[in-house]
Design a protein around this ligand. Sequence first.
Ligand code: ADP
Ligand code: MG
Length: 357
Amino acid sequence: MGCPHSVPRPAEDRINDNPQDQRQERVTNDISDSHSGLSFNQVYRIEKTLGEGAFSVVKECSHRQTRKHVAVKVVTKAKLSREDDLALKDEISILKSLDHNNIIKLNDVFYEPSHYYLVTELMNGGELFDRIVAKAYYNEKEARDVCKILFEALNYCHQNGIAHRDLKPENLLLVSKSNDREIKIADFGFAKKAPTSECLLTQCGTPGYVAPEILYGVPYGTKADMWSLGVITYILLGGYPPFIEQNQRELFKKIKKGQYEFHVEYWGDVSTDAKDLISSLLTTEPRRRLSAVEALNNPWINGSSELLEGKDLGANLAEFKKFNAKRKLKHAVLTLIATNKMTSLGYQFRSNLASSP
Ligand code: ADP
Ligand code: MG
């Protein structure tokens, strides 16, 4: 379609006046997108469903012209509250401002009367945790490599004054089936600009991964993400989460107190440096909790690959498989019951919070 404001070129510029060739030229030079004046369905063909979040459906689509495959988050406008709509606008502007190898890229956005379409790069490799549990062998080096990538990506976000606010396994995706290192952080649905350490107030996130300061309802900043990475690092090494309670009220109580253990059965052979890293992340006082830069300087993160390869996590991998299966089931149920974004901490979240001292 070309630029709507383009002016006719002077005759001397017209190198080729053959209409057949001109058509060919348009096809190769102008790749249609949201600026072409075409609708989403005119530009892309929907192929299949990739995943379903609480607030959107993510579809694999192919570009009708280039055949390139992408992932598109399709958001039904009618389902969004005003607050959700603002959060989505934040997600779009934040994703547009970020450019890092380990953060999902937003290529285009279509704003249509009933839907928004967020066109992102396709992550063909599925969820990171699914890949790990499919392994036959697993050791500390592999866990360390993943953590290092996550700290680097988070460091980039935090240096740019962005808090993700919903770091959890479902939002860690892989580019391809063949490479374990191409991990990207996805789902910036809760992300927010956080220029100072205590500027955010919204109580959002996911119960097992949420930082204590968010539960306390005090102003917080990017350090809340470091807590979630502490939980993820714990799972990557132990195979199960640090805070598990059937009852959400009890779960919040434990998180607020920072009450967790390294059970000897699973942690006896894990490096002390790794446990120290987790302890410095699962520190209830945000000011004393490691920042992403500090985590990148941690001895375990910089440990010798040879040494870490010798630290087998095979026994914990069995636990990891069980945890992952439960997690997938729970995710499916939660997706069904969630009604809007800002109640994502769960049904009856506020009453559970009030009664968890
Ligand atoms: P929500 O905000 O609704 O949680 P997400 O962005 O987390 O939405 O997407 C929901 C799910 O869709 C993800 O957990 C993942 O399985 C899948 N998904 C999301 N983005 C992509 C992508 N770019 N490539 C492949 N799958 C994706
Ligand atoms: Mg998600």
